[in-house]
Write a protein that binds this ligand. Structure first.
Ligand code: UTP
Length: 298
């Protein structure tokens, strides 16, 4: 079994973000801000903590603001330095990416997540790689991808982040068919994207963190359409189960927020707001007053 270090990550950010229209008419979803940082920054920080050195963004038309976000803000840095605003300067500098560490590829048509990942094939070549979907934001003591990289050091193969969901919600996810449940780790005998109601093989759903072998990219070469007429990453991973039988699910420790949906984004805003020492007291008081007002009105 090959176990190579994972140093490359793909960030598919070419989706249309229709659930956030009209905002996403001009703002890429990944630039939307949770407290004071764009969603993409949470994903980058998580990837860095897991040892990722090369960051590959699969973008599309209208995502210019995302590319600009990664430019160094020399003038702003100089102004903050002159003004002695060291804290802000440090915040800004922590977002800087090294030249050469970032690459962009274009997905010309939103044909699905599998297709977006395939678009980065040439940059991945023959190495294992991570995929992070920035709209899944995960609050965790140890960042989710780091937990997975540690587990992957034992298993090799392919690994997907997994989370228990209510059975009635399973049809919104890729779902694992579990061969053996070993606790945090499960070995997988099948995967289904968005199963029909009542047909989910388990309630263990795949969420947006993956460690994949380059064979998955070869499986995507066929560009076969799956659920919803899209080229699905799930199908290419499921093919690996059939040919190599080396796919694992990993129950991560942490709380995942679906920031691709409005309700999930609002929940994340509350959770991350309350986690900030400088906001906690005022925000907590406001939420307490709000719930007291609601109770009084009932
Ligand atoms: P979503 O299913 O959330 O789609 O994609 P979306 O277009 O971003 O949002 P809605 O549903 O229209 O509101 C999950 C992830 O896959 C990427 C998205 O950018 C997001 O990170 N994706 C999806 C692509 O890069 N290309 C695609 O063709 C589809």
């Amino acid at each position: 079994m090959t176990k190579r270090k994972v140093t490359k990550a793909i960030f598919p950010v070419a989706g249309m973000g229709t659930r956030f229209l009209p905002a996403t008419k001009s703002i890429p979803k990944e630039i939307m801000t949770l407290v004071d940082r764009p969603l993409i920054q949470y994903a980058i920080d998580e990837a860095r903590a897991a040892g990722i050195e090369e960051f590959i963004f699969v973008t599309s038309r209208g995502k210019g603001a995302l590319e600009d976000y990664f430019d160094h803000a020399h003038e702003l840095e100089a102004n903050l330095e002159r003004a002695g605003k060291t804290d802000l300067l440090n915040v800004l500098r922590a977002t800087n990416m090294d030249s050469g560490a970032i690459a962009y590829v274009r997905q010309h048509k939103a044909l699905g997540l599998g297709h977006a990942v395939w678009c980065a094939s040439r940059l991945i070549a023959d190495e294992p790689f991570a995929v992070l979907l920035p709209d899944d934001v995960i609050a965790a003591e140890k960042p989710c991808l780091q937990q997975m990289i540690e587990a992957y050091a034992e298993t090799g193969g392919n690994m997907v982040a997994a989370m228990e969901v209510p059975y009635e919600k399973a049809s919104s996810y890729g779902v694992l068919d579990v061969r053996e449940d070993m606790g945090a780790l499960v070995s997988v005998k099948g995967m289904v994207e968005k199963p029909k109601a009542g047909q989910a093989p388990s309630n263990l759903a795949v969420i947006g963190r993956y460690i994949l072998s380059p064979e998955v990219l070869s499986n995507l070469d066929a560009k076969q359409q799956g659920a919803g007429g899209e080229i699905q990453l799930t199908d290419a991973i499921a093919q690996e189960i059939r040919t190599s039988n080396n796919v694992y699910g990993y129950r991560f420790r942490g709380q995942r927020f679906d920031c691709g949906s409005k309700a999930g984004f609002l929940q994340a805003t509350v959770a991350f707001g309350l986690a900030r020492p400088e906001l906690r007291d005022e925000f907590d008081q406001f939420l307490g007053e709000l719930s007291a007002m609601r109770k009084a009105a009932e």
